[in-house]
Design a protein around this ligand. Structure first.
Ligand SMILES: Cc1cc2nc3c(=O)[nH]c(=O)nc-3n(C[C@H](O)[C@H](O)[C@H](O)COP(=O)(O)OP(=O)(O)OC[C@H]3O[C@@H](n4cnc5c(N)ncnc54)[C@H](O)[C@@H]3O)c2cc1C
Length: 415
């Protein structure tokens, strides 16, 4: 795999960019692998990457029914933060955020990590108290956040209307090293880094069945024929329920569509990410100048990977009081992804009732930020056959034992 470098850019500039090799080999699946990962979203690819990098297991295939990053990884609004309340969440999200800091250098692909800062607005007294509590928890967890006053929120984001008549800004939870990254680049970067270590990334290869013998996984049926494996890791976000059914167990996960939209590109308006949970919307500005806008998930289960008209109106209307400039913007496009929600709004990184089958899902509306840390923790579990300290608390058994990791406040609309 050719490494990208400043030298390569100059060389190709001089020869009309005619010498770039294919970015990713077009792998055909082999008969057998030590590990098969289902799903070439960020979490699946990061799992494969850390299996090879941290554990020396490169006899891995990542099977994707569509195209690389074509699921939620390529559809999200790219917000990265780690200001969660509970210790297990803070540990995995902060591991992830810190890996993002140097990811571009590590995988030789510019993921455009931009730690521009994330501000979560408190617009009710209840929210103000909850965020003050989170700021204190974060201090104990070693995560740098602070609770800021309205005038500081205004300073950080001048287009904010902090004196709204219905929802004035009472303060905010500010994480200065939170931010954004380029979603496609995260998928492509991990995929290239995987391929460079000998992992096969197979696109257009839907898994249609999971074969077991004596309670243990032995392989999968796919659109490209049967493939044998010793271990199987299911990482398919909104389609987790379907894959679990193929393996013969049920998951406490619901699939719903989550939508987002962008405006026409405009001159620089804001250089941080702002989330307004109470009014149910959030906003950032992309490098191209588009305002990236997100809202809540659909209130009913569905597998619709597209936007709906009423959603634009609801989300934009909600944000108009807090960001009055929005009322003058034209909206350019909208889309949707199928997210996988658990009851406590925390992920599942777990062994399953089938020996050799592992699962990573339940990231719901907020898993982009978690890709590196989740891949790290999942790879550790698959390699060792048991979860390590990062994945441990997120096992499926927590639902049976009532050991919930309640992150409803941190997750809410705030992706
Ligand atoms: C509109 C929107 C906004 C969001 N905003 C944010 C945000 O700002 N910040 C944040 O942290 N998170 C955000 N998220 C959530 C985030 O995108 C997801 O949690 C994350 O991308 C999940 O990654 P994944 O790799 O688990 O799943 P995916 O990227 O969905 O990948 C799963 C893959 O599995 C494949 N697959 C499914 N079934 C099969 C099969 N049978 N065989 C083979 N392959 C299969 C799919 O095609 C897909 O490519 C948002 C999500 C959406 C939809």
């Amino acid at each position: 795999m050719t490494r990208y470098s400043a030298f390569a850019i100059v060389r190709e500039a001089l020869r009309g960019n005619a010498g770039w090799p294919r970015a990713l080999p077009d792998a055909a699946p082999r008969q057998r692998y030590r590990v098969i990962v289902v799903g070439a979203g960020g979490h699946g690819l990061a799992t494969a990457y850390y299996l090879a990098r941290n554990h020396g297991i490169a006899d891995v295939a990542v099977l994707e029914k569509g195209w690389l990053g074509g699921g939620n990884t390529g559809r999200n609004t790219t917000i990265i933060r780690s200001n969660y309340l509970r210790d297990p969440s803070a540990a995995v999200y902060e591991k992830s955020r810190s890996l993002y800091e140097t990811l571009s250098q590590e995988i030789n692909f510019n993921v455009m990590f931009s730690p521009r800062g994330v501000l979560m607005l408190a617009q009710t007294h209840h929210e103000a108290r909850a965020f003050q509590r989170t700021a204190r928890a974060n201090a104990l967890q070693g995560i740098k956040t602070e609770y800021v006053a309205p005038f500081r929120a205004q300073e950080l984001c001048p287009i904010l209307n902090v004196r709204g008549p219905r929802y004035p800004v009472l303060g905010g939870l500010w994480q200065p090293r939170g931010g954004t990254a380029r979603h496609d680049a995260v998928a492509w970067g991990y995929a290239r880094a995987c391929a460079a270590m000998g992992v096969d990334i197979v696109q257009n290869c839907a898994v249609t069945g999971i074969r077991r013998a004596g309670g243990k996984v032995v392989g999968v049926d796919t659109a490209k024929g049967p493939i044998d494996c010793d271990k199987l890791c299911i990482v398919v976000a909104g389609h987790s329920g379907q894959l679990a059914e193929m393996a013969g167990f049920r998951l406490p996960v619901e699939s719903v569509a989550l939508q987002a939209l962008v405006s026409e590109p405009v001159k620089p308006l804001m250089d941080i990410v702002v989330m307004a949970n109470t009014v149910h919307g959030y906003l950032s500005q992309s490098d191209k100048g588009e305002m990236v806008i997100g809202g809540g998930a659909d209130g009913f289960n569905n597998f619709t990977q597209r936007g709906s008209f009423h959603h634009i109106e609801e989300t934009v209307r909600a944000l108009c009081e807090t960001f009055p400039v929005i009322s003058r913007l034209k909206m350019l496009r909208q889309w949707g992804g199928v997210v996988d929600m658990t009851g406590d709004r925390s992920p599942i990184i777990s062994k399953t009732p089938v020996e050799g089958v592992f699962i990573n899902c339940g990231w719901g509306t907020g898993g982009f930020k978690a890709i590196p840390g989740s891949g790290w923790a999942t790879a550790e579990m698959v390699a060792n056959g048991a979860p390590g300290h990062l994945a441990g608390p997120f096992g499926l058994d927590r639902f049976r034992e009532g050991r919930m990791i309640d992150e409803s406040v941190a997750a809410a609309v705030a992706h």
